[in-house]
Design a protein around this ligand. Structure first.
Ligand SMILES: Nc1nc2c(ncn2[C@@H]2O[C@H](COP(=O)(O)OP(=O)(O)OP(=O)(O)O)[C@@H](O)[C@H]2O)c(=O)[nH]1
Length: 360
């Protein structure tokens, strides 16, 4: 059924130990599924001692045991270490008559083991990992039915281990999938340069806000910001410097606006900001903060003279008559007016006539 792997060469033994480690069974707590198998095999084989053990690098470790009272013993006195060297059942009818075990301290001293029968626990890729074994204090044999049961139960031990391994691998796969999905969602919704929401994600958020506003429970302002003469920065200092300016500007926006405000990169040097539960009048404070920050903050660290930029801004209110399209159109017109009137200013949508505030 499975490919047999001949032990002995150091490399094979290393692979066997790696396979065993991969099952993550060593030094785990007792588990009823394994305890039950040990109990059943002890009853069927009429043996006072029954053990599920694994052969580790320098010890044999018992996942489940009945009648032995220890969880591990050194490898050099392990009978199972011999059992895993051959396929199928390994039976020693009288240990005192077998030169390999006659001087074993477990035979000559407590608990005076005289009989051993072990069925191989073999990995799906053919590595012998340990045994399911029964032991007795007197020499004896197993009947055919007992031999069959011992091997069948050993197969069940491995089937359970394979299932646990598959469950762990599945859980790990699901965890990785969740991380990937999260990253993909983030990637699909953020602007790669600034980390701000991109146009698509912002439109979704704007739609949600408009739905709340239409229910009459919310109000909000919408702000469109465009950096002035940004082409000049790119043309004189290069595109990379331009990118740094966009990043610094993003930081300034994050300082100027509230945590609840939603900042997006709408396009090249255009930023669209949603200010929930904020009137146009209140939004004015935020624009003033931003204009002020631009006055005092050099946009690049490594220029001989500090580089300052300005921004033109349009701000409109979102009402229950607003749609995404008409809000964008209105705020774009306000921004256009700010540019037209000389840049470095904000134009607010008000009752007649539209007001404005110039900066610098
Ligand atoms: N560095 C950089 N530049 C960008 C990016 N996206 C757009 N731009 C540049 O932004 C500049 C926008 O130029 P214009 O549309 O002429 O606007 P402006 O120079 O800011 O002039 P006004 O808006 O009229 O004040 C262009 O040079 C674009 O190449 C980007 O991701 N990084």
């Amino acid at each position: 059924m499975s490919k047999k792997v001949k032990l002995c060469p150091v490399e094979q033994e290393q692979k066997r130990l790696l396979t065993l480690a991969n099952y993550q069974v060593l030094d785990t707590p007792e588990e009823p599924a394994f305890d039950d198998i040990v109990e059943v095999v002890s009853i069927i084989c009429e043996a006072p001692i029954a053990v599920i053990n694994f052969i580790d690098r320098d010890r044999q470790w018992f996942k489940a045991e009945k009648g032995l009272g220890v969880r591990e013993t050194p490898l050099d006195i392990s009978i199972c270490a011999h059992a895993i060297l051959q396929p199928g059942l390994f039976i020693v009818t009288d240990t005192t008559l077998d030169p390999r075990f006659a001087n074993n301290p477990l035979v000559t001293g407590e608990p005076h083991l005289r009989f051993y029968a072990g069925a191989l626990l073999e990995s799906s890729d053919g590595y012998p990992l340990g045994t399911l074994c029964v032991l007795d204090y007197q020499p004896r044999e197993l009947t055919e039915r007992q031999r069959f049961a011992l091997q069948a139960l050993a197969n069940q031990v491995m089937a359970h281990m394979e299932l646990m391994l598959a469950q762990r691998e599945q859980a790990e796969l699901i965890r990785e999938l969740k991380i990937t999905r999260h990253e993909l969602t983030k990637y699909a919704s953020t602007d790669p340069l600034t980390g701000l929401l991109n146009r698509r994600a912002f439109e979704q958020r704007l739609n949600q806000e408009l739905a709340l506003i239409q229910r009459g429970t919310h109000f909000a302002s919408l702000m469109l910001i465009d950096l002035d003469h940004f082409k000049f920065v790119n043309d004189t200092l290069g595109h990379q410097a331009g990118d740094k300016v966009l990043l610094r500007f993003t930081e300034l926006c994050q300082t100027a606006f509230r945590q609840a405000d939603v900042i997006s990169r709408w396009g090249g040097e255009e930023f669209l900001v949603l200010l929930p539960m904020t009137t146009v009048k209140e939004a004015q404070y935020a624009t003033e903060r931003l204009h002020q920050l631009l006055v005092i903050t050099p946009m690049l660290d490594d220029t001989p003279l500090p580089l300052h930029i300005t921004a033109s801004i349009g701000v409109c209110s979102l009402t229950n008559a607003s749609t995404v399209n008409n809000s964008l159109q209105r705020v774009d017109e306000l921004l256009y007016r700010a540019k037209k009137q000389g840049r470095n200013r904000t134009v607010f949508e008000m009752e007649e006539p539209p007001s404005q505030c110039q900066f610098g």
